[in-house]
Design a protein around this ligand. Structure first.
Ligand SMILES: Cc1cc2nc3c(=O)[nH]c(=O)nc-3n(C[C@H](O)[C@H](O)[C@H](O)COP(=O)(O)OP(=O)(O)OC[C@H]3O[C@@H](n4cnc5c(N)ncnc54)[C@H](O)[C@@H]3O)c2cc1C
Length: 310
């Protein structure tokens, strides 16, 4: 990209073509804005967007009335509508949150009350027989919260579809370019520097994922990211054995939701992710073997005896 081309009348500059940047680019381009997206990778959606469970959440856990609770529910409806209209692979498979014994009932009650206060629709409380009908492979459980609208989506397909929509509305994706600095413009706005290019637009969107805070710090925004790592293990020999996403009641004091079972669109079964605050945000190494036992124990407490995990 040349210096001149980079400044050629763009209304908005979006840094990062993960699912967030691609969605913002699609929304801005649909409103008629001239959008330039800059992505340092060769392919869209290759950051955090390529490393998650693809769960379409229902917002059970957020404080009612909070921005997260409201946007999660609105986003869920928009996401199902988008995925259906654009043939993005997805499945509304539902989620069970299981109270394994009387001790967890109070926490499940509190979760249900929270979700209802947030406006989560179609929740149902199930007893042991109804749980067994939905998930015959589970050991007897006291009670469960059934959340039918939670689902799964293909994050790559979703991001591809958002990029395609943005491009159809004229957005340009400049791949393999890294924004190295943001500079506050004394006349207002922000200039992004990439190699020899100076990229200026009235709107600059920082959708740089795990690097968003470093870029923001360049223009005086001090909102550090505290990296949190999540590991998965694959449950072998379990295709077709489970039908829904299965979660325990959230463990107290845990940054995550507890070891849970997620299904993939191709029928694969995974356990995790857990959640662990770490120092390095770029450590994408496989999970340490020491975690295997912990996962196995937690999974068997939820699912009963399980096939091998790895
Ligand atoms: C283990 C785990 C499980 C998760 N599970 C779920 C789930 O089930 N459901 C759910 O909704 N969410 C889930 N999430 C969260 C979800 O994955 C993220 O919220 C989402 O992917 C963030 O997308 P993003 O576009 O902000 O970031 P990214 O996908 O990381 O995109 C940022 C992009 O910016 C680019 N970039 C960065 N710096 C620069 C630069 N200087 N110049 C140019 N380009 C740059 C990167 O290359 C990257 O492509 C999970 C997250 C984790 C870690």
């Amino acid at each position: 990209m040349t210096h001149a081309a980079a400044n050629d009348g763009f209304d908005a500059l979006v840094i990062g073509a993960g699912v967030v940047g691609a969605a913002i680019a699609a929304a801005l381009a649909a409103r008629g804005l001239a959008v330039l997206v800059i992505e340092r990778a060769r392919q869209e959606g290759s950051g955090i967007t390529s490393r998650n469970s693809g769960v379409i959440h229902s917002g059970l856990y957020y404080p009612p009335g909070s921005l997260k609770a409201d946007t999660c529910l609105r986003g869920q409806a928009l996401l199902y509508a988008w995925a259906s209209a654009r043939a993005v692979a997805h499945a509304r498979i539902g989620k069970l949150v299981i109270a394994r014994g009387p001790a967890e009932l109070e926490a499940l009650d509190a979760l249900e009350a929270n979700a209802r206060a947030s406006g989560v629709a179609d929740l149902e409380r199930l007893g042991p027989a109804a749980i067994a009908r939905r998930e015959p492979a589970l050991p007897r459980a006291e009670s469960a919260l059934w959340c039918p609208n939670t689902g799964i989506v293909d994050p790559h397909g979703l991001t591809r579809s958002l990029r395609a929509a943005a491009e159809a509305d004229g957005a340009i994706f400049a791949m393999g370019l890294e924004v190295t600095r943001l500079v506050a413009d004394p006349r207002g706005g922000v200039t992004a520097l990439s190699g020899d290019d100076e990229l200026r637009a009235p709107i600059v969107v920082n959708a740089a994922g795990l690097d968003a805070d470093r870029l923001a710090a360049r223009v005086g925004v001090d909102r550090p990211i505290y990296p949190c790592r999540g590991d998965y293990f694959r449950l072998h020999g379990a295709r077709g054995r489970y039908h829904h996403l299965i979660y325990p009641v959230r463990p107290r004091q845990s940054p995550g939701l507890g070891v849970h079972l997620t299904l993939e669109l191709d029928g694969g079964v995974r356990l995790g992710p857990d959640a662990e605050y770490v120092d390095r945000r770029d450590d994408l190494s496989p999970p340490p073997a020491s975690k295997l036992d912990r996962f196995h124990r937690a999974a068997e407490a939820l699912l009963g005896p399980i096939p091998a995990i790895a």
